[in-house]
Design a protein around this ligand. Structure first.
Ligand code: ATP
Ligand code: MG
Length: 371
């Protein structure tokens, strides 16, 4: 039978080991509400070591965060613990995250201390938001496709009838039938865009830089003076299975939007990287090719940010709101993901194209061949 003191010692060393292994960030505050301990998970999210955080007031660290000091003081006297979900922790302008915070009281060296536990919830929230938005996008697209299909058939009949009629009437009256034909053609064009890409992709393992260069060439012909096209390519990027035409169209729609949003000379950067451990519509992807299209224009208007990829959502007076929805369909045909983050001065569209082992093998063989 082990002695009591041995068990107590064991318990303490387990507790110490446990605190350093936890994924939950743990912070302990003394009665003055200054930090006396942070576990490694807390060091990681605060981006500072215990050595630099020791005896720093909690107020300085969480200046813009809604963890209320009065409540923490109350906790020290009454012991009443509390949990706040959705707390935005803002450590600096560029470093912020959302967390669920639990505050409880613990006895340490015969004095009450505050134990703060931070569970970061940004990632889960982001994944469920993305899945929800993707489902909404599918529903909106199907509805529009159904409508477009119903409009397309009678439109053909209308145009045909106007053509037949124009053969029966005199030249002066043909002005009217020509008008009907012209407008029917315009509507057919719109309906075709609403129906979206109707061909299956022709997949080929290839390097995306060639496709991006083609986009650069196309836009520089028509918008030469207005934009600064910059490249930030990863030369070691592996080839990926994609349809050249479709990927080019998807990127071109995004670049065109950036050009249309910009009045004077601005930068548009095309960036490529290899990305690991990403989630695409709720599915975990180990490796992906990431293409970012970044501009320093005014940013996406706030009111359309949540519905940006839905068909017929536009922030421009003469826009049809189909460009991004079409890009989304094209990227989905590659089992990829298109997403966007935007604030004034920085708008970034990201395309993820998953890489599978087979493509990686093929890619390394073809790269060896070119050496
Ligand atoms: N880089 C960007 N900067 C600012 N706003 C943007 C940017 N990209 C897209 N937008 C906004 O998103 C809206 C939707 O874009 P989308 O391409 O789907 O439609 P559109 O450009 O309005 O019309 P269409 O492409 O069918 O001619 C745009 O109207 C614009 O307000
Ligand atoms: Mg557009």
């Amino acid at each position: 039978m082990r002695s009591r003191s041995y068990i107590q010692e064991q318990k303490l060393s387990y507790q110490q080991a446990l605190a350093s292994q936890l994924v939950t960030a743990v912070i302990i505050l003394n009665q003055e509400l200054t930090i006396v301990y942070v576990n490694p998970a807390a060091e990681a999210i605060l981006n500072k070591s215990l050595y630099r955080l020791y005896e720093v007031s909690i107020e300085t660290i969480f200046a813009n965060t809604s963890i209320c000091n009065t409540r923490l003081k109350q906790l020290l006297t009454t012991g009443q613990e509390f949990t706040d979900s959705d707390i935005v922790v803002e450590l600096s302008e560029s470093h912020r995250f959302t967390a669920e915070v639990t505050a409880s009281s613990i006895e340490f060296e015969k004095a009450p201390h505050v134990l703060l536990e931070f569970k970061q919830i940004d990632q889960q929230k982001q994944i469920s938001l993305e899945v929800f938005q993707h489902q909404q996008w599918l529903a909106a697209r199907d509805l529009i496709k159904g409508l477009a299909h119903e409009i397309k058939n009678p439109l053909g009949g209308l145009r045909g009838a106007a053509q037949l009629l124009s053969m029966e009437i005199n030249t002066e009256q043909q002005e009217y039938t020509n008008m009907i034909i012209e407008q029917a053609d315009r509507l057919t064009n719109l309906v075709d865009r609403l129906l979206g890409p109707n061909q299956l992709p022709q997949m080929q393992v290839q390097n995306v830089h060639g496709i991006l260069e083609k986009v650069c060439q196309l836009v520089s012909y028509s918008n030469g003076q207005k934009i600064n096209l910059l490249r930030d390519y990863d030369p070691s990027l592996p080839a990926v299975e994609c349809d050249q035409e479709k990927l080019q169209q998807a990127v071109l729609n995004i670049v065109n939007n950036a050009i249309q949003a910009i009045d004077e000379v601005h930068d548009i950067t095309l960036k490529t990287r290899i990305a690991s451990n990403k989630t695409i519509h709720g599915k975990r992807i180990k490796l992906a090719v990431q293409i970012s299209i970044i501009d320093n224009g005014p940013g996406i208007p706030n009111k359309i940010q949540d519905t940006l990829f839905y068909p017929m959502v536009s922030g421009r007076s003469n826009g049809t709101g189909l460009g991004l929805s079409i890009s989304q369909t094209l990227i989905n045909q590659h089992q990829g993901k298109l997403s966007c983050h935007s604030r004034p001065g920085h708008t970034e569209f990201t395309i993820l194209l998953p890489l599978n082992q087979q493509t990686l093998n093929q890619s390394s063989i073809s790269q060896e061949g070119t050496l």
